[in-house]
Ligand binder design. Structure first.
Ligand SMILES: Cc1cc2nc3c(=O)[nH]c(=O)nc-3n(C[C@H](O)[C@H](O)[C@H](O)COP(=O)(O)O)c2cc1C
Length: 345
């Protein structure tokens, strides 16, 4: 019998193909746990938005469990910009296909543009679960979780973010990833063993692209690692012929990088406004709000965790270091506001 549901699911737009057809190259803010949360993604979108945002990675085991779901659901929320632009991809991790199936039921309630599977995280806690980069040592499991995701994605495109090998550069892994035909793949150009220490192997990107062309020409291909600005990204994209780039840590140096502008060109008072706005969004999301107290009985993230962002806004001007020291000592958002008010007097 004709299956209407399947028909409509298949008709869902594929954001990767759509962007590839429309843009010279595609830009993505790389997912970073405890960094690219909803408040920070909102700040980046107001400064200079990339084409695609990813959520932080979310545990499929957690989403599949009753207790975990409530807390993790916060990680599935969209910023206003993402709601409007429909360009948020959810990133998931795990190794149990049954849990993927359960988690996807939850995920499908939202309006994500796609689903990305993490097959590159080098954290021991994740590896012990057989997830993240451990999947590079278990091709069968990687295929199983990919297939179950594809089958239960409700027609959304499914992509993979991975590295170029576990202990060493592994061409079999790279070929394998293309062989399962993901809608998109992002290669962080390091092995798991290299963590973030060695230089990213951009010299291999062209060869990887040739394999894509040979094995899975429809897969949209991204490179990632050590890129700090779009000028460098454009050079690598031109040299290797890939479709786009993910930038992670570079955002700490310049939240305006996706528009080829520089935060250093912004008046200091405007930079401090950005910090205050970021802090406001952070406190609304994770602070001691009525909603958080009612739902969870406490604030969701420690106030001090916000401080890692201060250097983005308070850097490279006279007195920045002294101001930062004062801000780092503050115990509350009220204190931060006072210090900044004092500074701008
Ligand atoms: C603090 C931090 C958290 C990260 N969390 C994730 C994550 O949740 N999912 C993921 O796929 N990669 C994660 N990564 C890896 C980044 O997405 C990216 O692949 C890596 O930082 C290399 O890119 P870059 O040199 O542009 O930062 C994380 C990296 C950092 C520094």
């Amino acid at each position: 019998m004709f299956n209407f549901l399947n028909f409509f699911e298949k008709k869902k737009k594929n954001i990767w193909k759509e962007l590839k057809g429309r843009k010279d190259y595609i830009t993505i803010l790389a997912p970073m746990l405890d960094v690219t949360d909803k408040p920070f993604r909102q700040i980046v979108s107001e400064s200079a938005a990339p084409d695609i945002f990813f959520t932080e990675f979310v545990s499929t085991d957690g989403l599949a469990s009753k207790g975990g779901k409530k807390r993790l659901k916060k990680m599935l929320e969209f910023s206003d910009y993402e709601k409007k632009n429909k360009n948020l991809i959810v990133q998931i991790f795990g190794s149990n296909p049954k849990k993927y199936k359960e988690a996807l039921k939850e995920i499908k309630k939202y309006d994500f543009a796609g689903i990305d599977i993490n097959m590159g995280c080098p954290d021991q806690k994740i590896i012990k679960q057989g997830a993240g980069s451990d999947l590079m040592r278990n091709f069968d499991k990687a295929k199983e979780v990919f297939n179950i995701t594809k089958k239960n994605s409700g027609g959304l495109p499914v992509s993979i973010k991975t590295r170029i090998g576990y202990s060493q550069i592994d061409w079999d892994w790279i070929k394998f990833v293309f062989s399962i035909k993901p809608d998109a793949v992002s290669f962080h150009l390091r092995t798991k063993q290299e963590m973030s220490k060695a230089d990213a192997h951009w010299e291999l990107m062209g060869q990887i692209r040739s394999l894509r062309d040979e094995i899975s020409p429809d897969t949209v291909l991204f490179g990632n690692g050590d890129v700090l600005d779009l000028e460098t990204a454009e050079k690598y994209i031109k040299e290797s012929g890939i479709d786009g780039i993910l930038i992670g840590r570079g955002i700490f140096q310049n939240p305006f990088l996706f528009d080829k502008k520089n935060i250093d060109d912004l008046e200091v008072s405007k930079r401090l406004d950005l910090l205050l706005n970021h802090m406001k969004l952070y406190e609304e999301e994770f602070g001691e709000t009525e909603e958080n107290l009612k739902e969870f009985g406490k604030r969701l993230k420690n106030f001090n965790l916000m401080k890692k962002f201060f250097k983005i806004y308070v850097n490279g001007f006279d007195g920045a270091k002294e101001l930062r020291i004062k801000l780092m000592d503050a115990k509350s958002s009220e204190e931060i506001k006072e210090i900044i008010k004092d500074y701008l007097k």
